[in-house]
Design a protein around this ligand. Structure first.
Ligand SMILES: Nc1ncnc2c1ncn2[C@@H]1O[C@H](COP(=O)(O)OP(=O)(O)O)[C@@H](O)[C@H]1O
Ligand SMILES: Cc1ncc(COP(=O)(O)OP(=O)(O)O)c(N)n1
Length: 264
């Protein structure tokens, strides 16, 4: 019998469907992976912004994880919006209990429109409890600045920042360069020894809602399928590029990317 790779996303719900749990499940599905979810918070949002945030009780988050993991299991998992320190601690505990090794931590902090998706009081827990469990952490530039206290505006500063984040305990750091100035977007992977750079042209578009979620979900899906790390990062990079390029152009603000994107 054919076995199917399985991936779990632990993240917030985006009612608009472009980011969060919805982006993750669509991406898992498109990449041929069976998707499961543990919802941490419900957001009322659309392409214009986040209008409301409703975190779930920590036991509701832990309970979803336990029920999924004790029965179906997961070949890889990712975290997205975790909102507060109590949820981070509860999620970290279940990850440790179930021995989840292929964990992608997307340290979601602030939505494009400026809404806080992680409270300031939770940054310490993110660094001390969750990062040491991560196979890969995928900060964008503002998140990397927040975690390190460094100014990160250039590829050289990205490499320095990646070293500092690696020192916090993540086994690999994939720093996303969507917030760099200029016509080229550079993502940088640091495995503790070597740096790998992935560069592509910047697509001029406002339809970039959920790019970080979609990228980290594609990476998680590839890891679930046992693709080696560098190949998984390359595939996720190609997937998000194509998803942005072919975005469906819906909504009055920052629209979603194309989760039906096809890459070889
Ligand atoms: N305008 C763009 N053109 C091409 N690639 C982009 C663009 N914006 C973001 N990306 C890619 O999308 C991914 C997410 O990038 P980034 O915007 O830095 O993260 P976030 O959505 O978390 O802020 C990265 O892999 C980056 O290379
Ligand atoms: C529920 C939820 N989770 C995460 C985000 C932010 O997603 P991200 O991929 O970082 O996308 P942008 O904020 O850059 O659009 C979200 N908005 N909602």
């Amino acid at each position: 019998m054919q076995t199917i790779a399985k991936a779990l996303t632990i993240a917030g719900s985006d009612s608009g469907g472009g980011a969060g749990i919805q982006a993750d499940l669509k991406t898992f599905h498109q990449l041929g992976v069976y998707g499961m979810s543990a919802i941490t918070a419900i957001t009322a949002q659309n392409t214009l912004g986040v209008a409301g945030v409703y975190p779930l009780p920590t036991e509701a988050v832990s309970h979803q994880m336990r029920e999924v993991l004790r029965d179906l299991g997961a070949d890889a998992a990712k975290t997205g919006m975790l909102f507060d320190a109590a949820i981070i601690k509860a999620v970290s505990e279940e990850i440790r209990t179930f021995g989840l090794k292929k964990l992608v931590v997307d340290p979601v902090m602030i939505a494009k429109g400026g809404a806080k998706l992680l409270l300031d009081e939770a940054i310490a827990a993110l660094k001390t409890d969750l990062l040491p469990l991560a196979e890969v952490v995928t900060p964008n530039l503002p998140e990397a600045e927040c975690m390190t206290g460094m100014e990160i505006r250039t590829p050289e500063e990205m490499r320095e920042g990646a070293r500092a984040i690696h020192a916090l305990g993540a086994r690999n750091v994939l720093m996303k360069g969507g917030h760099l100035e200029g016509d080229t977007v550079v993502d940088i992977l640091f495995d503790g020894t070597n740096f790998y750079e992935l560069a592509h042209e910047r697509i001029q578009t406002r339809h970039t809602h959920g790019t970080g979620c979609t990228f980290s979900a594609a990476l998680t899906a590839e890891l679930a399928k046992n693709t080696p790390l560098v190949g998984a990062v390359e595939k996720a990079n190609r997937f998000i590029f194509e998803a942005i390029k072919t975005a469906p152009q819906i909504g009055g603000g920052h629209g979603p990317t194309n989760h039906w994107a096809v890459v070889e």
